[in-house]
Design a protein around this ligand. Structure first.
Ligand SMILES: [Zn+2]
Length: 356
């Protein structure tokens, strides 16, 4: 299986530089600690790939045998300990490496749900492997994702290796919740703390990931300043809202629903402002599809067909006029207007554009 690697996130670059600034002072056990959503996993992947690369010290070349095996999920010197639950739920590069040290299959089959802990068996199985020489690269990596999943026995069994690691080994532990870790485990690692970036930097990065119309500042506030969490909220909510909006707008155009009922359905999904924002985003997509559908050489997705057909029933002047109307309503949203009536008014205009 081929896995796409991610670029290091900008607010983690300084820590990456520090790690590679001095080989002599480099420790052999690191704890990447901080809230979920700050880029620790991507950092760990880039760190592992770079340390294992046979050509370059800091920026993995992407070409050598090590880099290619790393990306394909089969590097012999990367050892990943994860619990089964994480492996099943999060399909990333580490999940591909994880099965090697999962618990015994018979034990796993007896459980109703995937285990949420890293058990002592898993640690015991990895230890003999780290006492041999690396197979391919100059060093080997033992990645523990996450450290708080280690149960007490597993953590204790790991301590000795952390204290006296083989010189060609690195232990990288990830923790989203370092307060839960054993003090002995905490004290044996060098810490790399991940904190939310300053708002300016987070907003700039999010602006490269999201559509222009999204209120990034507000989104970031909802996500407590954590950029990847903000991205999840944006994608999650927009996705569900947009599906709802698509359905209502199509039904209105086909006169399968009246504007009052459609407005009542939509208003249940959120505040007027966010609904109008979703309609704006949806209209922008409709316009883009209409433009691209006129180019017969571009491939078309089957799922886009209802929207392309809808777009073809209107001309660009009508579409932009309606987009303008929605934008104006959005500016007024939150004021003295009754949200339901305001939305209904826009939907009446929308339906009126489609002849009976
Ligand atoms: Zn390489």
């Amino acid at each position: 299986m081929k896995v796409t690697s991610h670029e290091l996130l900008p607010w983690t670059e300084a820590a990456f530089d520090t790690f590679f600034s001095s080989q002599e002072r480099r420790a052999h056990a690191y704890m990447l600690a901080g809230h979920s959503g700050l880029g620790k996993t991507i950092f760990a992947q880039q760190l592992a790939k770079s340390l294992l690369c046979q050509e370059e010290e800091k920026h993995a070349c992407g070409q050598c045998q090590s880099c290619r095996l790393f990306e394909s999920g089969s590097h012999p010197d990367l050892h990943v300990l994860q619990c089964e639950k994480r492996m099943v739920e999060i399909e990333d590069l580490f999940a591909i490496y994880a099965p090697r040290y999962l618990e015994d299959e018979n034990k796993r089959k007896k459980r109703k749900k995937p285990s949420a802990i890293i058990a002592i068996d898993q640690v015991r199985r990895v230890i003999p492997d780290i006492n041999t020489r690396p197979h391919l690269s100059a060093c080997r990596l033992i990645l523990i994702n996450t450290a708080e999943d280690l149960n007490i026995n597993a953590a204790n069994s790991l301590l000795k290796s952390l204290e006296e690691p083989p010189s060609d080994s690195y232990f990288i532990l990830i923790s989203h919740d370092p307060c839960r870790l054993l003090p002995t485990l905490r004290s044996r690692c060098n810490w790399i703390d991940f904190r939310p970036p300053d708002k300016q930097q987070a907003m700039h990065w999010l602006s490269t990931q999201l559509a222009d119309q999204v209120d990034i500042s507000q989104l970031l506030d909802r996500a407590s300043g954590i950029p990847l969490r903000a991205l999840k909220i944006a994608n999650g909510t927009r996705h569900s809202d947009e599906r709802q909006v698509t359905q209502q707008m199509l039904q209105l155009a086909h006169r399968q629903i009246d504007p009052t009922s459609a407005a009542a359905v939509m208003i249940k999904t959120g505040e007027l402002k966010s609904i109008l924002e979703t309609i704006q985003l949806w209209l922008s997509r409709l316009i883009r599809l209409k433009i691209s559908s006129q180019n017969t050489t571009l491939p078309k997705k089957e799922g886009d067909k209802p929207l392309i057909d809808l777009g073809n029933r209107l001309n660009f002047r009508q579409l932009y006029a309606f987009l303008d109307k929605v934008s104006k309503s959005k500016q007024l949203a939150g004021g003295p207007l009754d949200p339901l009536l305001a939305l209904e008014d826009d939907l009446i205009s929308w339906q009126a554009m489609f002849s009976k």
